[in-house]
Unconditional design. Structure first.
Length: 270
């Protein structure tokens, strides 16, 4: 049992160290962001499962007298096992509080809600429109997900461009990108002051934006989203939006007759 626990612990550590390296090397992630995120989620939960198995194995070994040479060793193994279970529980609790992680052009928090001019309940989320000259659109996950949209971004974009931005934010909610950000933070904390941990967190932030871009491009049109990103980049000075716009225009996307815009985010005709 001790050998089993040690093997699981070693494999979990290797998974935590090597998966960030594998998922941040090369450029394949830029072409297939959702596949990269799926691979990383799989590696993360595999590592957590192995760590849990290692903890359970150490606890089981502590109560197996044939594998423990002294009572002191049994106490040490048992205490370490329960401590490990506590750490795993804390990690799960941290991931489950993903409501605090927002994704979008710029998070607004309570200030945007306080100035809201309308709150429209839609299927799966609440669309909050608020008064602000700043160009803001973001998705806030949680028990009652919200998409926040400022009057400034509504004035700056055409209706098709705004529709594409809404599709992008809706993709963040539907694809649970708040959880991805939380897990990236956990992975970075488990590899403190290491380049792989920091690189994985940066890569995750980029990948969730690219994944949402791809979904919005298929639903609302790549040209509309690219034009919206260009306008936002010119206004905010965010060069990454320019790069995302170029990426969208360099790929082939479904024609207009094959697009399927979700009913929940359709903009009603004026």
């Amino acid at each position: 049992m001790l050998l089993f626990a040690a093997g699981c612990a070693g494999t979990a550590i290797l998974t935590a160290v090597l998966s960030p390296v594998a998922l941040t090397v090369g450029r394949w992630q830029l072409l297939h962001p959702r596949a990269a995120l799926t691979a990383w989620f799989t590696a993360f939960f595999l590592g957590v499962s192995l760590a849990f198995a290692a903890v359970a194995g150490s606890v089981a070994a502590a109560v197996t007298t044939s594998e423990v040479s002294s009572p002191g060793q049994a106490v040490l193994l048992t205490g370490g096992g329960w401590l490990g279970l506590g750490v795993l529980g804390a990690m799960i609790a941290f991931v489950s509080t993903s409501a605090a992680a927002s994704t979008g052009v710029e998070p607004t928090g309570d200030a945007g809600v306080a100035l809201s001019r309308s709150r429209e309940e839609r299927k799966g989320f609440t669309l909050v429109r608020f008064r602000s000259d700043r160009l803001i659109a973001c998705a806030v996950p949680g028990q009652r997900p919200e998409i926040l949209v400022s009057s400034g971004i509504e004035d700056a974009l055409s209706e098709p461009q705004l529709q594409a931005v809404l599709a992008h934010e809706y993709a963040h909610l539907r694809q649970r990108h708040g959880w991805a950000l939380r897990i990236a933070q956990i992975n970075a904390l488990s590899l403190p002051r290491t380049r792989p941990g920091r690189a994985l967190h940066r890569a995750t932030v980029l990948l969730i934006e690219l994944a949402a871009d791809d979904t919005a491009a298929r639903q609302a049109g790549a040209a509309h989203l690219a034009n919206a990103l260009t306008i936002l980049a010119n206004t905010t000075g965010d060069e990454s939006m320019h790069l995302r716009a170029v990426r969208l225009t360099s790929r082939r996307w479904p024609s207009a007759r094959h697009r399927r815009l979700p009913q929940a985010i359709r903009i009603a005709a004026a």
